[in-house]
Design a protein around this ligand. Structure first.
Ligand SMILES: [Zn+2]
Length: 551
């Protein structure tokens, strides 16, 4: 008889035990066997292929493992579906950084060659996170591992786009969007992070055309180049006489009107604000109400463009300093005050976001959100803890259209094809688009596919059913969908969970999971989330290495 060791040596036992579980397929699920049984399905939130395991993954997967094992012991036939996410911007960034070491950019390689490089990277490193997860001893059915860029999964993503487009829920439009000048792509509102930081309010004097001046307050003086109006609140007694007058923008000498708009905050600065429609979301709306021109002065690389007079080609922050100095030199800088504010930053690289007008694809969210709200109110979806139900409702009630096009290459390319005159044909394939175009033009024409790819979340919102074979009515889909339990950190409630409910209801007519459980986030000793850009996730990698559990 073997003696039990005094201290448990996990290095001796864990790997062997786990390999025994895997090779005897104790976690594997057969669709045939599942029929007629009490099935219980959990969808694993797919980790990014760029990801390294950290304590957040440990927490996340431990909860799922506990539920899966508990349900098995309670007599259920459990499918725990694993997979990985192609993480568009994040993965592209990693490979671009590698290229940079060779002194190259993705443009040097070209689209096809670059995508090949990303796939090579993915084959080499993309499953590291899965190997690490296995060391936790968790119990998903690894035989069913899916990836959001698998051929079948990609087909589901394209089908979803086409169906939404045909239902009038996807459109292309010229709008103000959040742009990351470093990543070179548009981002959705939720992909912009805001945390309070130290900044300044600049008080600038704008000369009135008929003598005197007004003082406008702004945190972004460089955008004065794109001002097309100055605004006061119509209720503001101090400035009633100013409405209808005109000011002349210093140095560039453009005359603009003073208008009254209810959106002006009387408490901010002097209560007189500048309106820069092409670089501010509120100002864009003001310009729509008052029919103001929109002058873009900052380019997609974050530099001042040809509309910037003497500051053209300067980086936006360099231009800020020079413009403030020019105002000071001209005696037009009233004062500068310290100010706490929350500029938007890219969630992938922390660069300050620039609102820029551009042509993008959007999902019309309101009709989808209404269904997701109704399902929750009817009790078809249970959210634990309940407090998050209020947050879920609030987000859905105020949801804005979702910008889904990204100006990168790694991802699902948008299935929109353009004719010689710019006419758009949306179809599952080039051939199908050609057919449509032929019907439209009455002859064969050449089509050009849209260059953009879809937001990664546009693929992962299909996760609960695309992993099971949707849009085909597969046996897996019939047996295992809808699922029963989904858990995630609360931070992706909007990015992912709520959107899955919308997609589930639209594409399958069903809420994709019965229970949504949101757990807390692990934070470092300063209360910050773990992130690669902060560098605070490293200590946990070290932890894994030191315990020998890092693969
Ligand atoms: Zn970025």
């Amino acid at each position: 008889m073997r003696e039990i060791e005094k201290t448990y040596d996990y290095k001796r036992w864990e790997r062997e035990l786990y390999e025994a579980w895997i090779s005897s397929k104790v976690f594997s699920v057969s669709t045939e066997e599942a029929k007629g049984k009490n099935v219980f399905v959990i969808m694993m939130p797919p980790p990014n292929v760029t990801g390294n395991i950290h304590m957040g993954h440990v927490l996340d997967n431990t909860i799922q493992d506990v539920v899966a094992r508990y349900k098995r012991m309670a007599g259920y036939y459990v499918l725990w579906q694993p997979g990985t996410d192609h993480a568009g911007i994040a993965t592209q960034n990693v490979v671009e950084r590698e290229l940079k070491k060779e002194g190259k950019t993705r443009w040097d390689l070209g689209r096809e060659e670059f995508i090949k490089r990303v796939w090579e990277w993915k084959e080499k490193y993309g499953n590291l996170i899965i190997e690490s997860l296995k060391r936790l001893g968790i119990s998903p059915d690894w035989d069913r591992l899916r990836f959001t860029l698998d051929e079948k999964y990609s087909k589901a993503v394209i089908t979803a786009f086409v169906r939404l487009y045909e239902a009038g829920l996807i459109y292309r439009g010229y709008r103000l969007i959040n742009w990351c000048p470093r990543c070179g792509t548009a981002l959705a509102d939720d992909e912009v992070e805001r945390e309070e930081e130290e900044g300044y309010i600049y008080y600038l004097r704008y000369p009135l055309v008929d003598g005197g001046y007004v003082v406008v307050a702004t945190t972004r003086p460089e955008t004065y180049l794109g001002d097309t109006a100055v605004a006061v609140n119509p209720e503001d007694e101090r400035y009633k006489d100013l409405i209808g007058k005109r000011v002349r923008l210093p140095i560039i000498n453009r005359e603009i009107p003073i208008i009254a708009d209810k959106s002006v905050d009387m408490e901010f600065g002097t209560g007189i604000v500048k309106i820069t429609p092409a670089h501010d979301f509120n100002d864009w709306e003001v310009s729509e109400r008052h029919n103001l021109p929109k002058i873009q002065v900052i380019d997609f690389d974050g530099r001042i463009n040809e509309n910037g007079g003497p500051w053209a080609k300067l980086d936006r922050f360099e231009a800020r300093e020079k413009i403030v100095k020019a105002f000071a030199d001209a005696g037009l800088l009233e004062k500068v005050e310290r100010h706490r504010y929350s500029p938007g930053r890219c969630y992938r690289c922390s660069t300050v976001i620039e609102p820029l007008p551009s042509m993008q694809w959007f999902v019309k969210m309101k009709p989808l959100a209404e269904k997701a709200l109704e399902a929750y109110e009817k009790g078809d979806l249970v959210i634990i803890p309940e407090t998050f139900g209020k947050i879920y409702k609030n987000w859905l009630e105020n949801v804005k259209d979702w910008c889904i096009s990204r100006q990168i290459w790694w991802g699902h390319r948008i299935p929109a094809y353009y004719g010689p005159d710019g006419e758009v044909f949306v179809a599952e394939s080039y051939e199908k688009a050609l057919e449509k175009a032929e019907g439209f033009y009455g002859q064969r024409v050449e089509l050009k596919q849209d260059e953009d790819v879809l937001d990664t979340w546009f693929s992962s919102w299909l996760w609960p059913f695309a992993t099971l074979g949707w849009p085909e009515e597969t046996e897996d889909y019939k047996v295992f969908y809808p699922t029963h339990f989904l858990q995630s950190g609360w931070d992706i409630l909007f990015f992912w969970d709520a959107r899955m409910v919308m997609a589930g209801l639209f594409f399958t007519g069903k809420v994709p999971f019965k229970v949504l459980y949101l757990h807390g986030l692990l934070r470092d000793k300063f209360g910050r989330k773990f992130s690669k850009s902060l560098g605070n996730s490293r200590m946990y990698l070290n932890f894994w290495k030191s315990t020998g559990r890092m693969v």
